[in-house]
Design a protein around this ligand. Sequence first.
Ligand code: MG
Length: 382
Amino acid sequence: MKIAVLGSTGSIGLQTLDVCRRLKPRPDVVLLSANRNADLLMEQAREFGVRRVALHDRNAWQDFRKSAAGVDVLPGVPGIEEVLEETSPDVTVNGIWGAAGLQASLSAIRHSRRLALANKESLVCAGQLVMGEAHERGCEIVPIDSEQSAIFQALQGGKQSEVRRVILTASGGPFLDWTPEQVAQATPEDALKHPTWEMGAGISIDSATLVNKAFEVIEARWLFDLESSQIEVVIHPESIVHSIVEFVDGSCIAQLSVTDMRIPIQYALTYPDRAGLALEALDVGKLGGLTFRKPDRKRSRSLMLAWKVLELGGTAGAAFVGSNERATGAFLEGKISFNSIYDTSARVLQTLSVKNNPTLDDILAAHEWAKAEADRWISQES
Ligand code: MG
C-alpha cells in the first residue's frame, strides 16, 4: 500500500505513523508534510525512508530546504500537489489542522484512490465541492474522525436508502456539568482540560464550545448525503459509543471501542478489511453503565449553528470556520469571554451574504472575509 501522510507531526499524523509501524505488510510512505516542525518531519522521513517531504510554513521551508541531506523539502500546497501527482498513492491521509487542509484534500482527491479524511474543515468549508470532485474523480473518502468512522462502519449494515437518521455522540466537553454562570467565567486553562480524548489547543476549545460537534454535523451531512433533519446529537460523556445509525426498521447499529484514534485510522487504511491491532480491549463487563442525554439547547448554542450553516448553504461553512478560528484565538489570548466565541460566529453569519455553488476561490474568499469580520467584532468587544 502506497500512502501519503499529510500533517504527519500532528496528533493524527503521529498515530497514523504508529499504525503504519504495526501494519503488515508495512505501508510504503511516499510523502510526509508538516506545518513547521522540520526536525520531527526529518526524523520521520528517515525512519520511513521517505525521500520527499513538504513544509507549509514559508519561513520554515526557506530555512530548511537546503540543509536537509538526501531529502527534498518542498513548499506546502504546491509540493503536495506535485508529489501526489507523481506517486498516485493508494491512500492519502489528511491530518492537517484547520482550513489549510482544504487544498490538500482537493489534491488528494485528484491523485489518490482514497482520501482518509481527518481534516474537518475540508467538508465544513467546502462539502459540496469536495464531494462533487471526489465523485467525479472516483476517489473514495473514508473518514478518520471517530464519530464519522462509527457511522461509516455502521452503514456497512444497510443501504444508504434505508437510513432513517444518524445520531452523533458528543462527550459534552469539560463544562458539561458547569452552571451557565461558571461557563461565562471559564478561562482557557479550564477549556483545555478534555475528559476523554487527548488533543491540541484549538480543538480542545472547539470541544468545549461544541463547535467541534457542529463541524461534525456539517461533515456528516456531506459524507453520508443526509438531510440536516436526519442528524441528531446526543451527549455521551463516556465516549465509548462513537455514533449510531438508525435504519428505517428501527434497528440502531452503533460502533463501540476504547477511545483510541488508531482504531478509526487503521480502518480508514484497510477498509473494507480489518487488521489486527494490539490495543487494550474494551471490557464491556466492567463498563458499569453508559449514559446518554439530549443536549441542553441553551447551553449548546454553538452546536445549533450547524443547522443554521446548513440552511444558509453555499459559503456559510467557510465563514463559520473563519470566524470560529479568530474567536477561539482571541479567547485563548484572553481578549474575549468564552460565550463571546459563539456571539462572534453568530454575528458573522448574520452579516454574511451567501454565495451558492461556490468555487474554491469563493470559499477561500469567504473564509478570509469572515476572519476580518470576526476581528472587527472582537476589537469592539475587547
Ligand atoms: Mg470527533
